[in-house]
Write a protein of this length. Structure first.
Length: 500
């Protein structure tokens, strides 16, 4: 049995907690490895390594830190195939999708390569008589990221790329379901020239999470996962005087107006709803056609499109998507399909009980389609996180606009139309954090920022881009005066300073 160790102080570290979790191959249902689960003491060991590395790394000039990022990017690209295959073997997404996972993470690393420019502060000459004022951004110290199973390359790089580039040292607690790629990324970071202790990977469960949230030497925590856990992370971290950004769940809607290009809509919906087996926080699991004619056409054509989808093992180059990540998650998704039927929605295509010949024990779920879903249904209110698409019919633009605006989640939304004025109005008024106009998965590019609203995000700072630079740094503002004569030494120390 292969053991997946922690990565602490620049090297593999075999823990002493004696606790392990199984890592499965989702294609076969077999255990392929076991991952160590950290104790509080092992987490502290990683923190001390990061603390020891902080002074030297933070005092390294930004240009030299950027060179490490450039080399890290080159090494990840050189090892792309190995990383993608490793990722697919533990997550289950098809290899092409795994490469996309890695590439979207690399785009944030590319942004981090420009950190000397992004870190430049502000300067005001002559703010007062002989007085200049300037500001600088400084790293926080030891910081941490807690990442989910669905993007084991992208989301860690979203976090540690910017955090390390600005001068922090980092503790990564990845998902224990697919932990190998994060370890490999840490190894490549060391190969790129980062000193030992700059990036540490500590595996674990709730004990490790709580150790991060309560450790006095960890100053900031970034989290992506379910909303209930995000809320817990935010509350606990803030109560322990940490800066926290905690991204939660989603129920993204796709609004289809009658003038939309239906050929493009169907292709976009199929990829956004069923790609990666629906295990994306930016998936599009709800489609809202406006008007009966639009809804009837969309349903008919989506049924035909689903018939063309190929579910296969993650190494099948012809498969559109692979298995879900674990047996428990398969049962959860099928349980939500059961709930949709119980709610009274019409199950048009049933993906329950799907099996793949030769891989009968794999965690496969076929594509499912519901029609006549309503906002009162439990299956509409909650995130399913599987290959399930729900049709919620709307009679008007205003009704369609209100559905994502009133939903408890506010991560992403898309509108499909050829009417620029309607799209502009929708983008301005919808109560959701990220909007796509004829773009089904509106994940912003790396030099903008990622973040939802309502129960999709806790904290007031988004991920990556300049928001990421702000989150992982603190601002110091200096007011400086250099007196050049005794006349400027007048006794005014008991008067509040002004710039008059």
């Amino acid at each position: 049995m292969r053991d997946i160790n922690h990565f602490i102080d620049g090297a593999s570290f075999s823990g002493t907690s004696g606790r392990f979790a199984d890592v499965f191959n989702p294609n076969t249902g077999e255990v392929q490895a076991r991952v160590q689960l950290a104790s509080v003491e092992e987490m502290d060991r990683a923190v001390q390594s990061a603390q020891n590395a902080f002074e030297g790394w933070s005092s390294t000039n930004p240009q030299r830190r950027a060179r490490v990022m450039f080399e890290f990017k080159r090494l990840v690209e050189a090892n792309m195939n190995e990383l993608a295959e490793l990722l697919s073997s533990e997550h289950g997404k098809v290899v092409a999708d795994s490469k996309g996972d890695i590439q979207r993470g690399l785009e944030v690393i590319e942004f981090a390569c420009g950190i000397p420019h992004a870190l430049k502060g502000e300067y005001t000459w002559g703010a007062g008589p002989g007085i200049d004022v300037y500001s600088m951004r400084q790293p926080l110290g030891v910081v941490s990221g807690i990442t989910p199973f669905n993007f084991p390359a992208m989301i860690p790089m979203w976090m540690f790329g910017v955090a390390i580039a600005v001068g922090n040292t980092f503790i990564l607690k990845p998902s224990e379901r697919d932990p190998s790629v994060p370890v490999r990324l840490a190894e490549l970071m060391m190969e790129a020239g980062a000193p030992a202790g700059v990036l540490n990977v500590v595996h674990g469960d709730k004990a490790a999470v709580d150790a991060i949230l309560t450790h006095p030497q960890i100053h900031a925590v970034s989290f992506v996962g379910s909303s209930d856990i995000a809320h817990y992370v935010y509350q606990t971290g803030a109560a322990n005087n940490k800066r926290v950004q905690a991204m939660g769940g989603a129920k993204n809607h796709g609004i289809v107006l009658p003038d939309a290009d239906m050929d493009q809509v169907i292709k976009d919906l199929a990829g956004a709803a069923f790609g990666s087996a629906g295990e994306r926080c930016m998936a599009l699991p709800v489609v809202v056609p406006v008007g009966k004619k639009t809804a009837d056409e969309l349903r008919e054509r989506m049924v035909a499109e689903i018939d063309t989808l190929r579910v296969g093992v993650s190494t099948d180059a012809g498969a559109h998507y692979g298995p879900v990540v674990t047996a428990q998650h398969k049962a959860r998704v099928e349980g939500w399909i059961d709930q949709g039927v119980k709610d009274g929605a019409e199950l048009v295509v049933d993906g329950r009980g799907f099996t793949l010949q030769g891989h009968e024990k794999g965690y496969f779920v076929g594509p499912s389609l519901f029609d006549h879903v309503t906002p009162e249904m439990e299956s509409y209110k909650e995130e399913i996180f599987g290959p399930v698409l729900q049709i919620v019919r709307a009679a008007s633009f205003e009704e369609a606009l209100s559905l994502p605006s009133k939903h408890q989640y506010g991560n992403g939304v898309a509108i499909f139309t050829q009417n620029g004025r309607a799209a502009r109005d929708f983008a301005a008024r919808v109560n959701v954090g990220m909007v796509g106009i004829n773009v089904p998965i509106p994940v912003p590019v790396a030099y903008h920022t990622f973040g939802g609203w309502k129960r999709s995000a806790f904290g007031d700072t988004n991920q990556h881009g300049m928001e990421g630079v702000k989150f992982w740094t603190k601002v110091k503002t200096v007011t400086a005066r250099w007196p050049d004569s005794d006349l400027e030494h007048a006794d005014s120390s008991f008067v509040i300073p002004t710039m008059g």
